[in-house]
Design a protein around this ligand. Structure first.
Ligand SMILES: [Zn+2]
Length: 242
C-alpha cells in the first residue's frame, strides 16, 4: 500500500509553441511512460518518479499540438456569448450585476445598488458593449491597482506600476521594469482569484521564472494558491464572454 501511494504532485509551467502552459506533474512509483490528461482543471502530466523534467517536457513538446488543442477546447467550449440587452447579468468581482440599458443624450455608465445603468445614445448591442467595456476597464484599473498595494508591502516590495491588458489567454504578466500587466477581464472574478494572480505576478518581481524558488515565494504570500489556480482555470470561461 505504501508503494501505491508513493506519488508526488508538483505545480510547474512550460512553454509549448507560443503558449505558456501551467501543469501538474504527478510522479508515481512504478509508472513507466509519460501520459497527458486535460480536463477542467488543466493539464496533468504523469511520469515515472526518477525521470528528469527536461525529458518529460520533451515528450510534451512532441504532443504539443494535441495538448494545446485540448486546452483551447476547454477554454472556449463553455464561453457563452454575451447578450447586450436590458436585464442581462454581468460578472463583477465574483457577483452578478444586472444591466439596465436606456437611451439618453450621452453615453454614461454607472454602478448603483448592484445594477449597472448604461445610458447610451443608441441602444444597439455594439454601442452598449462599447460603453460597458469602457466602464469595466476604468473599474479594473482602480480595483486591480488598489489590490496590489497591501500584498506588495507585506512581501517587502515597492508597489509596482499596474497596467491593464486586453489579453484573453493570460491573466497577468510582468517585466524587468517592474510593470505588472493585469487583464481587465480579471475584475469579473472573485477577489480571492484576483489576489492569486496578483500574488503570482508579485512573486515574479523576485523570480523572473517558474522555478521552485518562485513557487515557494507564491506559497509564502498565498498559501492556498494551488486551489485558487485550479479554480481560475476551471471557471475562466465565465470571465471571457466579453
Ligand atoms: Zn508566472
Amino acid at each position: 500500500m505504501a508503494r501505491l501511494d508513493l506519488a508526488t504532485h508538483d505545480l510547474r509551467r512550460m512553454t509549448l509553441g507560443a503558449e505558456t502552459v501551467d501543469y501538474v506533474l504527478v510522479r508515481r512509483y512504478g509508472r513507466r511512460g509519460v501520459a497527458f490528461k486535460v480536463n477542467a482543471h488543466g493539464l496533468t502530466v504523469s511520469a515515472p518518479l526518477g525521470m528528469p523534467v527536461s525529458r518529460i517536457e520533451g515528450f510534451a513538446h512532441e504532443s504539443a499540438r494535441w495538448i494545446l488543442r485540448k486546452l483551447a477546447e476547454w477554454r472556449t467550449r463553455r464561453i457563452q456569448p454575451m447578450e447586450w440587452r436590458d436585464g442581462a447579468a454581468l460578472p463583477y468581482l465574483g457577483r452578478a450585476l444586472t444591466l439596465h440599458v436606456a437611451a439618453g443624450p450621452r453615453n454614461h455608465v454607472e454602478l448603483a445598488d448592484g445594477e449597472l445603468h448604461a445610458q447610451v445614445r443608441h441602444t444597439l448591442p455594439a454601442a452598449v458593449e462599447r460603453a460597458v467595456v469602457a466602464w469595466y476597464k476604468l473599474a479594473a484599473l482602480s480595483h486591480l491597482a488598489g489590490r496590489t498595494v497591501t500584498p506588495a508591502r507585506i512581501a517587502g516590495l515597492t508597489p509596482p506600476r499596474v497596467l491593464l491588458s486586453s489579453a484573453l489567454s493570460r491573466w497577468g504578466s510582468c517585466n524587468a521594469r517592474r510593470e505588472v500587466r493585469l487583464a481587465w477581464r480579471l475584475v469579473k472574478a472573485p477577489t480571492e482569484l484576483i489576489d492569486y494572480v496578483i500574488c503570482h505576478e508579485l512573486a515574479h518581481l523576485r523570480h523572473m521564472n517558474h522555478s521552485s524558488a518562485f513557487w515557494a515565494e507564491v506559497a509564502r504570500q498565498c498559501p492556498d494558491y494551488a486551489r485558487l489556480r485550479d479554480e481560475l482555470f476551471a471557471t475562466d470561461h465565465l470571465y471571457r464572454s466579453f
